[in-house]
Write a protein that binds this ligand. Structure first.
Ligand SMILES: NC(=O)c1ccc[n+]([C@@H]2O[C@H](COP(=O)([O-])OP(=O)(O)OC[C@H]3O[C@@H](n4cnc5c(N)ncnc54)[C@H](OP(=O)(O)O)[C@@H]3O)[C@@H](O)[C@H]2O)c1
Length: 263
């Protein structure tokens, strides 16, 4: 299937590793001009090289900490026009509710919500003016069904779905869409530490840690294994494509069937 991404410029945040890297790779291989962002030049160079090695031709890295106002401003100054914005950057941890400090709440809001809201504020109006654009927020299944061991994180993921739906309301009659994608537990750089942090035996084999996580932590998953980042990236590439014009304001689940509700 031709996703018709040739000539489109896509910006993917937090894209030196994990889900973001695979989204950037898929978009680039499908013909989009892709911009990856990260905080370290070495990781950026590695990501760009790895995408090129996969066949992505037009890819460049921009050094910026998108989680800060300064970083967002620098990125916006360096990249004036994009067609596709993928707000992927996000952090997560397991923490008992009573231990989540004011600083934690603020940090999670700043990194997971404000980072994407700032970039959307900068790029979305021009998409509406040009009458084409895609904004995709990488939320989480926990945005619909908050996990009790990461309520501060879940709050940010619900907020992204709300922002996404609210922005979609402004696209009526245009060729711009705004959607959120809700991954479930996905193999990435960051998730390894998370899985160890919730394991009864952090020194165990990766297979044992993963099996215990699904048996005890996420028993309702139908997939009963970690999702591969490519399995998220395929959905995001479709949503980024002109082919997905009829999907707007949606919260698209890619969570391995973990949520048992229909709606
Ligand atoms: N993995 C999962 O199971 C899962 C499930 C549901 C939803 N999600 C969502 O998917 C998105 C990506 O998750 P992931 O697991 O793929 O990410 P990840 O592997 O933990 O991190 C990807 C990149 O984000 C950047 N990053 C990490 N902490 C940062 C910080 N404090 N400030 C700025 N940049 C930071 C890093 O790039 P640099 O060091 O190069 O800056 C890192 O390489 C997140 O929004 C997450 O909430 C993930």
């Amino acid at each position: 299937m031709d996703l018709k991404l040739n000539g489109k410029t896509a910006l993917v945040t937090g894209s030196t590793a994990g889900i973001g890297l695979e989204i950037a790779r898929t978009l680039a291989v499908e013909g989009a001009d892709v911009i990856v962002t990260g905080r370290s030049q070495a990781k950026l160079d590695q990501a760009v090289e790895s995408i090129r090695a996969s066949g992505g031709k037009a890819v460049r890295g921009i050094l910026a900490d998108v989680a800060t106002a300064e970083g967002a401003s620098a990125l916006i100054a360096a990249v004036s026009r994009i067609d596709i914005l993928v707000n992927n950057l996000g952090i997560y941890e397991s923490k008992p509710f009573a231990e989540i400090s004011d600083a934690d709440w603020q940090k999670y809001f700043e990194v997971n919500v404000l980072s994407g809201a700032r970039l959307a504020r900068a790029y979305f109006p021009a998409m509406l003016e040009r009458n084409w654009g895609r904004v995709i927020f990488i939320s989480s299944e926990t945005g619909l069904s908050p996990a009790k061991d990461m309520i501060h994180y879940a709050m940010t993921k619900t907020a992204q779905i709300s922002i996404s739906r609210g922005m979609a309301e402004m696209t009526k009659g245009t060729n711009v869409t705004v959607n959120s994608v809700l991954p479930g537990p996905t193999r990435s750089e960051g998730i390894i530490d998370f899985l160890k942090s919730v394991s009864s035996d952090p020194q165990g084999t990766p297979e044992a840690i993963e099996a215990e996580f699904f048996a005890k932590g996420r028993p309702s998953s139908l997939l009963q294994r970690m999702i591969e980042p490519e399995e998220i990236a395929g959905m995001v590439a479709y949503l980024a494509s002109p082919l997905s014009a009829a999907t707007n304001g949606a919260a698209i689940r890619v969570e391995g069937g973990l949520l048992s509700t229909i709606g």
